[in-house]
Design a protein around this ligand. Sequence first.
Ligand code: PMP
Length: 389
Amino acid sequence: MPSTTSNLRVSQISPLIFQSEIRSMSVECDRVGGINLAQGICDTDLPDSVADQAIEAIRTGQNIYTRLDGIAPLRQAIAAKLLRHNKIAADPDSEILVTSGATGALYAASLALLNPGDEVILFEPFYGYHVSGLLSMRVKPVIVPLAPPDWQLNLDTLRQSITPRTRAIILNTPSNPSGKVFSAAELQAVADLAIEHDLFVITDEIYEYFLFDGARHISIATLPGMAERTITISGLSKTFSITGWRVGYLTASAKWIPSIGYFHDLTYVCSPAPLQYGSVAGLTQLSESFYESLSTEYQQKRDQLCQALTDAGLPPSIPAGAYYILADVSRLPGDTAQKKARNLLAATGVAAVAGTAFFAEGRGENTLRFCFGKKPEALDRACEALRSL
Ligand code: PMP
């Protein structure tokens, strides 16, 4: 059949969403045998108890669909953790949903709570999935830039971005890619505006245990008047180094859970059953020192990579949390961030992500993002290679 007469084509929204520069840098990095500091794939080892319990679950027949909101022991373990670490009191039977990672949680929550044409505020630099996820639902992302170098929130800009169509604010603290940890005062200001304008707050707290220099993580759901309007999302990908497992969760008022759960079921059915069991072991058996050591260990990695970037003449913005560094790469050849990333890969074998993936059009061209969620050997090699620049 002659293809010229065909009406087959991708949807109108597809070209707006299709980019994933992060994945394409990973592919390019593999091709040249480089060190991948591009994707947040965190290849550090998972805790033994988590692995053992998942293997045991596979062997003992936990290989079928689970309830759409996840297995009861996992919901109970998450409820206990939320109370202990986040000061969120959530009923495991009606206020917690186990999801296919934080990604599945955000997608299902957005489908359940937002309408096409709604506006949702996000802070820049942003996490690409947040923006693309909204676009895929025909929801309009409204970008509010945070001020470098320490990414302070300008309340006036935030206030001016709110329109009658605004329905939600997406928070990410600690943030990918800037590492910003929202302060108590900033969270209170966001909460006040959300209450004043009757908005949802969807908060992605996946890096909650990666905190440096004494930074404190606060869940906005715990502020007065916020419990009912906040959807708190987190997961185990980063905490237990199991990004490929797809175990995450959200907690919200029982008002919203059935609808969010329905959309999650429609797309993902459930998070992988045996891996839910493995996650229970991690949440119930690991001591407080495990969580504390995450901050200590990653702060050392942060310092190591920041120093190497400084030595390479690529000044870093020092992150307060998460495991990424935004660096000023003005000195690298290339007139776009993508070209600079490719030139850096060619010169040093280190892959990083073009900053443009995290900023609105026209910004981020002199920025690259480096991930330090890496095994010590890989990080050592990357730092050595960067210094050779
Ligand atoms: N949120 C943020 C801010 C992230 O950086 C990532 C990982 N890159 C995710 C969510 C994905 O989490 P999950 O593996 O639980 O889907």
